[in-house]
Design a protein around this ligand. Structure first.
Ligand SMILES: Cc1ccc2cc(C(N)=O)cc(O)c2n1
Length: 313
């Protein structure tokens, strides 16, 4: 029976990865559901065969009475903001004065909830909210219900990955249709709905909210042994994480401005909300050279779109 359980784990993790991370399933949903229900039945009959990284955790477990508070190993800092070209040119000037010419890694700034995922020997062991940046809430059971979060990754790494959990616009529209039908107050926007979902004490409710995630950094990059932010993101792809592929390496601030101009027009065609563009010095040793101010990295900045009513289709 243990052999069958191991085989079901292997198949379900693989099918889940293909569907929710690669967005290219190799089997129909019915096949996935059939195997998942076989595993649920086995775990009910043989409870000691159920492990914390079993694919059956995706449906949620017993409700918590409260969230445990946990200190982050290193603070989850916020990003400094830029609101126009002058701010971006000033940022570029400070960087070049500090470390000379650099190329930038530029990413969409997902409008969700920052979370920290901890893996030990390649297995997910903890998920935390950002909280106040120093201390977060332990929302591990809710994080496990996000199908795009791998329960097991392809290398037995022990490290912390950070990303943005978010609610796709389609899920947000369906959630508000549901709320309207039940006469409940509507969620204001996908970001608030995602925050509300992750803070559900009952992970079975969190599981119903169909959240998604993009990972964007590894806390201790030396663990991955990569030279740059772009290499770190590619490595995260390789070992089974979902990253946002609209990212672009820019040789200078002019190219960054072109990228911002493009997404200022295009962003409403995305299937999720973004509230800006994140610009990072790509080379990690130059990031270290630049370091941090009290609250924010000197090697990164968030360009924020002008506050406008984003049309959530
Ligand atoms: C260092 C840092 C902090 C917050 C971030 C936030 C996002 C985001 N909201 O997408 C992306 C990033 O690369 C970030 N990077």
């Amino acid at each position: 029976m243990q052999q069958r359980v191991d085989e079901l784990h292997r198949l379900l993790h693989q099918y889940n990865y293909e569907y929710h991370v690669l967005d290219s399933p190799s089997v129909p949903d019915s096949e996935y559901d059939k195997l998942l229900h076989e595993l649920i039945a086995i775990e009910e009959e043989y409870p000691d065969l159920k492990t914390s990284d079993s694919p059956t955790v995706r449906v949620g477990g017993t409700p918590l009475s409260a969230f445990e508070k946990v200190r982050h190993d290193t603070p989850m800092l916020s990003l400094g903001n830029a609101f126009n070209e002058a701010d971006l040119r000033a940022f570029d000037k400070r960087v070049v004065e500090g470390v000379g010419q650099v190329d930038y890694m530029v990413e969409l700034k997902i409008d969700g909830l920052a979370v920290s995922l901890k893996y030990e020997d390649g297995r997910l062991v903890q998920g935390l909210t950002r909280g106040d940046g120093t201390t977060g809430e332990n929302i591990t059971e809710n994080i496990k219900t996000i199908y795009a979060v791998p329960l097991v990754i392809k290398e037995p790494l022990t490290f912390e990955v950070r990303g943005e959990a978010y609610m796709p616009r389609r899920s947000f529209i369906n959630l508000n249709k549901e709320k309207e039908k039940n006469g409940e107050p509507l969620a204001a926007n996908p970001r608030n709905a995602a925050a509300g979902s992750l803070r559900q004490l009952d992970s079975k409710l969190a599981a119903k909210r169909k959240l998604d995630i993009f990972l964007y950094s590894v806390n201790d990059l030396r663990e991955l042994d990569v030279p740059s932010q772009s290499a770190a993101l590619d490595k995260l792809d390789e070992i089974g994480f979902k990253t946002n592929h609209e990212r672009r390496r820019c040789q200078n601030m002019d190219e960054v401005l072109d990228y911002i101009k493009y997404w200022t027009e295009e962003r409403n065609n995305l299937s999720y909300d973004i509230d800006g563009i994140v610009i990072k010095v790509n080379d990690l040793s130059k990031q270290e050279e630049l370091g941090f101010t009290a609250r924010t990295p000197r090697w990164a900045i968030a360009y924020k779109f002008p506050a406008e009513e984003v049309i959530t289709k």
